[in-house]
Write a protein that binds this ligand. Structure first.
Ligand code: ZN
Length: 98
């Protein structure tokens, strides 16, 4: 599996564009938003597809300002799943071994 790197990114938020950190740490969830530290945490060991799904999902949390209430989680799961289908259609989600 490719080495995963984090870094700093500018993200859309309800307060405008902000500099956020993208970083990995061991945890139960695939991804988490830390609003105080402006950090999106990602669980290590995810496949390309899982990571793409997680990043789209967490970026939507940051952009919307919405937390994890069930209605929002359902919406973001669907949006991320749709994004994965599109990324796969254009060939961006080839297996790491290919
Ligand atoms: Zn979520």
């Amino acid at each position: 599996m490719a080495t995963r790197r984090g870094g700093y990114v500018w993200l859309q938020t309800p307060e405008g564009r902000q500099r956020w950190r993208l970083a990995f740490r061991k945890m139960k969830n695939y991804g988490e938003v830390d609003w105080d530290k402006r950090t999106i945490w990602l669980r290590p060991g995810q496949s390309n597809e899982e990571l793409a799904d997680t990043i789209v999902h967490e970026a939507c949390h940051v952009a919307s300002g919405y937390g994890s209430e069930p209605k929002i989680e359902g919406l973001l799961k669907a949006v991320a799943a749709d994004a994965i289908v599109m990324l796969d259609k254009v060939g961006l989600l080839r297996k790491e071994s290919e």
